[in-house]
Each structure stands twice: as C-alpha cells, then as structure tokens.
Design a binder for this molecule. Structure first.
Ligand SMILES: [Fe+2]
Length: 491
C-alpha cells in the first residue's frame, strides 16, 4: 500500500479526505463588504495527515499532522496560506516517506527508530501571546510559527524555563494584565497525575510554574480563570500506563467515577488547592467562561455532557451513546468557597453545543453573551459527516445571559461551519464580528468552502461578506484572530 493511500473510512473520506498540500492563494474574491475592523489574520489549526497510518486508530482525525492556515485581511485584499508545522514527528516521517508513529498518544506502538522522539503534531490551537504565534496540542510543547511566512521556528519552551513536557491548547489571557495562564497535564510523562500550572507575563516571560497532582490521570482539555482564581476541572476520561504498554488506547471514559474542580487563588500556591466534587461520569471539552458573581461565588460555564462525546473514546470504553442521548447542555457550576460545601451546584443555562466563543475582553469576568455551535433540530436532512466526532455543526447561536432571547443562524442542508473567531469592533456598543469557515457539500466527496463574516450582534441576518476559497479544505480544530496592530508588533 502506498504511504498516501488512506483507508476508506470516515476518518479519511468525504470532508475528512486528507489534502496534505501547502499552498498560497492571492487576492481572494470578496462578496459583500469587509468591515474596517477586520484587518489582521485569522489563523486556524487543521489536522491533515501526510501519510496513511500503519495501525488502525479511531483517533485518526485528531492525530493528523498539524497545518497552520492563515487568512490575511489587509492592503486592500485577502490572502490565504496553508503550511505544515514542521514538528519533529512530521520531519522524521517526511524523511522516511511513511508513518513512523503509531496509535494516538501511545508511544509503545511506534516504530523503534523514533523511540523517545517528540510525538506531538501541534494541530489544535494557534495561540497568540506576547507577539508570538504558537501551534499547540496538549500532548507536547508548542511550536513557534512565523506569523507572516508560516515557517516553523522550532519548539517553544519559554527560553528553556518551562519544566512541563506538555502545554494545553486552551490557555487563557487575562484582559487586564495581558498575562497568559496555562497548564500542562501528564506534565512529566504519559499516564502521570502531575499537572503544571504556569503564568507568563505580558511580555511572554514564564514567571511561575507549580505542579500539583490531579485526583487521577484525566483528559484535561481546558481550564478557566477568574479575576482571582484558577479553576481546574477534572472529568473521568482516564489513562492507565498498563493499557498503553499493552498497545491499547490512551483514553477510556469511566461513567461511575466522580468529576472534580480544583480551585486555587490564581497567584497563590498549589498547596491552597481545594477540590470540589461534581457529578459522576460527566465530560466537557470546552468551557465558555468563569467569573466571580456579586456574592463572591465562582461560576463556571461549560459545554457538558453525561459522557465523552468522541466516538473513538466511547468505543474504547465499551460505550455507544448516541449524541441525542448524552444529556449535553451548557451547564453553569456554582462553587461557594465560604459555606463549607464540597460539591458544585449545577444550573442549565443553554442548549447542547460546543466550541463556545466570547469576546477576549470578557475572559474571567461577569459577561452578558457568548456564541456557540450546535445542531439545528429543525433542519432537513442529516448533518454533514466529518470532523473529529463524525458530524459537523450547522447552527450558530448567540446566547444572552441578561434575559434576552437567543439568536440563531441555521445553515441550509448540506452546509456546516467551524469554530468562529471573534473580531472586536472599534465602535462603542457594537459587538464586533465573527469569522467562520463554512463548508458546503456538493457531491459525495465534493465540497466548496468560504469564509463568512457575520455581525456578531446580529448573526440571524446572515453573512455581510463571503470570501470563497477555491481549494479543498479539511475541517479545522480551533482558530485565533490577530489584529494588524498585534501583527505589526510581532517578534
Ligand atoms: Fe479544544
């Protein structure tokens, strides 16, 4: 079998068909009017395997080599570029002309010649902080990317100061201090309970790194901060070293195990961590936000379900729970630090969905609204197949937490959309803009793609501008907006 002959499975067909091509498109056509505020670059992280795997791997979609995509708005035109992150893994496999690394996050399944090498594919979030563009994935350290050329500059370890072997793809930037708050789990190796909690100042210098033990080794995809606290949710998707050594899957979801939230003062010591118990068996990939309410309670808003939504993790766990039976909801967990309670209190504040977005200025603060992707139950026909969970979102919601009704933009059948990036407006009182890539299925394996620009406060009105992209695209994971001013100050 050729190294480029991919299996005829959902992970490698239809919208998920590997593209594996670096390219640039100049002067993209624009339909409509691009707002003045949209000046800068929309970066996206796109997993795209260069070579077919040599082992069956249900996690193949999120195991693909990281590509960084940039859509640049400026100088009166729109440009698009796509390049591989030159990870150690990608370079070794290109040199060999075939895959050398085995199953998702299981080094015991690798070819012997790559033993001990960096396994990360840096394919999850393009993170911008302190003038640096970092491509992140939670199983390793990030790679720094030149934001103009998309050339890979190398692994980023904060000038040699970082001890953790891993960095989350979901760091949080405080809107007032400009500090980067982040963590890394399995900080000293696979299946470890060690978690590193780190802060970098607004210049990007690592100022603090402390380690603590999670209640068990868990898939800790995201975390949150408030003005005074750091919150570390732990849900029971777990790892066992013995399973990995036997060639098994990294993750298994345990329905009977408790969930937890570790809470500590964000500038405090990990010795001050208090653990609050949540319901058993739940899982969340992405948190919308957290804040301290007027009574001093912590409020943690998250896209929660009663099981891990990834089909490959359910299969490894002996579970087969349909999306409509997962009890998915936008849940608010309230934590009272003063009344001696050991449990979180849950309130449902929104519908099922994922990939929540809020203005960067709202991070860690009481907030009035956010955006979320969901499925439209009224739509005609099945959702577009593709992406990591096998089905794409087709509806964008604007959720209001002040009592106003939600707004929806439901796409027609055969359409789907990716996580939007929020672009703030320079106009006071205007909610800014959302940029999202919309895929349209035109045949079994045929798709067209366009970037849509929406008025974030009036999404139901539909796009105010569209930028067709005349090239096949694979689904992204996360994206990041970087303004022209930030790009000009890039290091
Ligand atoms: Fe994520």
């Amino acid at each position: 079998m050729s190294a480029r002959a991919f299996p005829n499975t959902p992970e490698f067909t239809g919208l998920n068909t590997p593209i594996s091509e670096e390219y640039e498109l100049e002067a993209l056509p624009v339909e409509g009017r691009i707002p003045e505020d949209v000046r800068g670059t929309f970066f996206r992280a796109v997993p795209d395997p260069a070579f077919a795997p040599y082992l069956e791997d249900g996690a193949a979609v999120i195991a693909g080599d990281g590509m960084v995509s940039a859509m640049h708005f400026g100088e009166g035109r729109v440009r698009f570029a796509m390049r591989y992150v030159q990870t150690e893994r990608h370079r070794r496999e290109v040199a060999a002309g075939r895959a050398l690394f085995g199953k998702y996050r299981n080094p015991f399944t690798d070819r012997p010649e790559v033993a001990g090498l960096d396994r990360t594919v840096a394919n999850t979030t393009p993170l911008w902080h302190a003038g640096r563009l970092l491509m992140t994935k939670e199983d390793g350290r990030p790679y720094q990317i030149d934001p103009r050329t998309l050339a890979t500059r190398g692994r980023h370890d904060f000038g040699g100061r970082l001890r953790s072997q891993t960095v989350t793809a979901h760091a949080r930037i405080d809107p007032s201090t400009g500090e980067l708050f982040f963590f890394g789990y399995e900080a000293d190796g696979i299946a470890s309970t060690k978690v590193a909690y780190c802060i970098a100042d607004r210049q990007g210098n690592l100022t603090r790194e402390q380690w603590f033990d999670a209640p068990y080794c868990a898939l800790m995809h995201d975390f949150t901060i408030t003005e005074n606290y750091a919150l570390f949710p732990v849900y029971p998707t777990t790892c066992e070293l013995s399973r990995l050594k036997a060639g098994g899957d990294h993750w298994v979801h345990e329905l009977s195990r408790d969930s937890w939230v570790g809470v500590m003062p964000r500038y405090g010591s990990v010795n001050e961590m208090r653990w609050f118990k949540g319901p058993a068996g739940v899982f969340c990939y992405h948190m919308m936000n957290a804040f301290e309410d007027k009574d001093g309670r912590l409020q943690l808003d998250q896209c929660l379900a009663n099981v891990n939504a990834f089909p490959f993790i359910q299969r490894a766990s002996g579970l087969d729970i349909a999306p409509e039976d997962t009890g998915a909801r936008l849940a608010r967990w309230s934590i009272d630090l003063t009344d001696g309670s050991e449990w979180v209190t849950e309130t449902v504040i929104g519908p099922p969905g994922d990939l929540p977005v809020i203005p960067a200025s709202s991070v860690g603060r009481p907030y009035t609204h956010g955006w979320l992707l969901t499925m439209n139950p009224e739509m005609q026909g099945p959702p577009v197949a593709g992406g990591p969970v096998g089905a794409m979102f087709n509806t964008l919601l604007r959720l209001d937490f002040t009592g106003r009704p939600p707004q929806a933009l439901a796409l027609p059948p055969g359409h789907c959309l990716s996580e939007p990036a929020h672009v703030p407006s320079s106009q006071s009182g205007h909610e800014g803009w959302l940029l999202t890539v919309v895929d349209r299925q035109t045949g079994e394996s045929d798709f067209t793609h366009a970037l849509w620009i929406l008025d974030a406060g009036n999404i139901a009105a539909g796009p105010i501008a569209r930028v067709p992209i005349a090239h096949r695209l694979r689904p992204q994971v996360h994206g990041w907006w970087v303004s022209a001013a930030e790009l000009a100050a890039a290091s």
